[in-house]
Design a protein around this ligand. Structure first.
Ligand code: OGA
Ligand code: MN
Length: 282
């Protein structure tokens, strides 16, 4: 097994492993590399849903997938699997997020204890477009101007529960576009990563975010400043998908977004999400 860093702000490719048969020694090295590089790419895998779940479980218990946009849970017998797809069968989307852009976000941060990791596995990919980008929120935090860093340390921010990253309203919720009124959960803006001890910026998503204790206008301008810093190209690595790619990310120390793609192309990825062990804490 070889770990090859991308040379960008984050991420490494792991060569020479079959994730269906990972020894304990290999898993320990993968786990270490995941904490070190925040995102890992494994190419050329051949996984069934059961294989994907079995590999994911080595990191811990899994969260059930969010209910898909159509209100159904997909993949019979595997409630842990979230289908990310634009494919429509018999008039019904088989998954979530469509073919549009998915804006910068962290998965499921509307939970009190969000997942610590997510895994995406590519089954069908478009000929062009639909690339996924990750940003390094350790570097984003550490490079904040000192005044902003000090200010961030004491703040909490609301993580909206209304919309997913594709802009679709989540199942069971109604559209709300007032950050003061929208449902969500507050997390520290700059929590300590429980496994590395490093401080990160933890933003969740921009839409309907609100910094606790600030009037809306002040919250908006501070969030705009922090967001434009956090998503600067120097903290970002982008991935162009091939069938058989598996990407594992640390959901506490990264955010991700996806480019739109031509809706006539088919794109199908299966995702698992690994339960966090504790609430984000400052
Ligand atoms: C996700 C997600 C992006 C993509 O599955 O959590 O944000 O590339 N997907 O489809
Ligand atoms: Mn996501």
């Amino acid at each position: 097994m070889t770990i090859v860093p991308t040379g960008e702000a984050l991420a490494a490719e792991v060569l020479g492993v079959d994730l269906r048969n990972l020894s304990d020694e290999e898993f320990t090295a993968v786990h270490r590399a995941w904490l070190d590089h925040l995102v890992l790419l494994f190419r050329g895998q051949h996984l069934t849903d059961a294989d994907l779940i079995r590999f994911s479980r080595r990191f811990g218990d899994l969260d059930w997938a969010p209910v898909q946009e159509t209100g159904r849970r997909f993949v019979e017998g595997h409630p842990e699997i979230y289908v990310v797809s634009n494919v429509v069968e018999n008039g019904v989307p088989i998954g979530s997020l469509g073919a549009g852009e998915a804006v910068w976000h962290t998965d499921m941060s509307y939970l009190e204890t969000p997942p610590k990791a997510s895994i995406l596995y590519a089954l069908e990919v478009p000929a062009a477009g639909g690339n996924t980008y990750f940003c390094n929120m350790v570097q984003a935090y550490e490079s904040l101007p000192d005044a902003l860093k000090m200010q961030a340390a004491g703040l909490t921010v609301k993580h909206d529960a209304t919309y997913n990253s594709g802009g679709y309203v989540r199942q069971g919720l109604t559209a709300v576009d007032d950050p003061v009124e929208s449902p969500g959960v507050y997390h520290p803006l700059a929590p300590i990563h429980p496994e590395t001890g490093r401080r990160v910026l933890y933003l969740g998503r921009r839409r309907n975010a609100l910094i606790s204790g600030l009037p809306l206008a002040e919250s908006e301008s501070l969030l705009d400043e922090i967001w434009s810093h956090a998503t600067r190209p120097e903290w970002v690595w982008g991935h162009q998908w091939q069938v058989g790619d598996l990407v594992l990310w640390d959901n506490r120390s990264t955010m991700h977004r996806r480019d739109a793609f031509e809706p006539a192309f088919r794109r199908i990825l299966h995702r698992t999400q690994i339960k966090g062990s504790q609430r984000p804490a400052a």
